[in-house]
Write a protein that binds this ligand. Sequence first.
Ligand code: FE2
Length: 431
Amino acid sequence: MLDLLVRRATLPDGRRDVGIAVQDGRIVEVRAGLGADTQALPPARDVLDAEGWLVSPPFVDAHFHMDSTLSYGLPRVNASGTLLEGIALWGELKPQLTQQALAERALAYCDWAVAKGLLAIRSHVDVCDERLLAAEALLDVKRRVAPYLDLQLVAFPQDGVLRSPGALTNLKRALAMGVDVVGGIPHFERTMADGAASVRLLCELAAEQGRLVDMHCDESDDPLSRHVETLAAETVRLGLPGRVTGSHLTSMHSMDNYYVSKLLPLLAEARLNVVANPLINITLQGRHDSYPKRRGMTRVPEQLAAGLTVAFGHDCVMDPWYSLGSADMLEVASMGLHVAQMTSRAAMRQCFDAVTAAPARILQLEGYGIEAGCHADFVLLQAREPLEAIRLRAARLAVYRRGRRVAATAPATATLALPGRPASVDFTLQR
Ligand code: FE2
């Protein structure tokens, strides 16, 4: 007896009328036509009729800050809208934080995430704090949400691992406490030389301890902010290809094309993973420009063409850096698509991958996907295909974790009262 049979699903790769059989929290079979005949359904405790809607693996956010989320307005708002004022504001808020308030806000955000079908998040956690309050709170949150959400934590020295006294010791303490990944912020160190030294130091630490690396890197409009070069070179030197992620990389937007033509093959050699954060960087970057104002997002289509794994992250929701957001990774994908002008059908499809399969690879999630043997984690979207899901920010009709329904949203409908027109309006085109 199956625990769950999903019938009449459409999958992101275009397969239609697919059945998904689930047992003990895992997918045991995925086959076209499975469960199509209602007279001959395989025995199952629960049956979900997808009615041709899209069944996708869950959304994954490869870059988030759960220690600052939902703190918007505490103790004041970011008046200039810049990265640097955001960092200063976070510094003002830090002494007032309590473990309880941090955990409550993080848990509230995880509720939002699950409702939106976002079931895995890599969150940076600021370790520039003797008390390691945020690390402790988020490790507790990680344990509490584990039944329904995978939370991966990055030890992030927000104020600079070299610039901030005690940061390296605190970062190592956080790793020993159970934080997973080594973070960094080379462009915030005092000098370019210090930035490069911080990259070397942190990559060596990761290599010694067998950790993944994910650095905030070159989140700047300065085309000479080239720490990504050091990050890739250290990745190659230390034998870490595929295990290192460069987050933001916004200076690449402003770099000289000739330099980028030399840089991209190095990034490919390092199999560097990239996380662009389109919502944040379209608002934070270019603040020193008059007109034209730069877009402030890294070169996503070119990185994809070079064979790199590129994800789109949410980065922030209602905090010192960003006042909007709702854990909706389809909104993130839509903004990335627009900013990078990824408007061909193939490129729009890559934008859907950038909030699903690509970040799952970066986080090295086990059992991710809609295939036999994978975890029975998926989202039923009110859309017929991935591009329609992005266009409509499709309703998450049902969210499943390990074969159990953990969230549901009513379908989006609108009624009309127009003479001679139908009573309702349907925004989908793929029926
Ligand atoms: Fe970030």
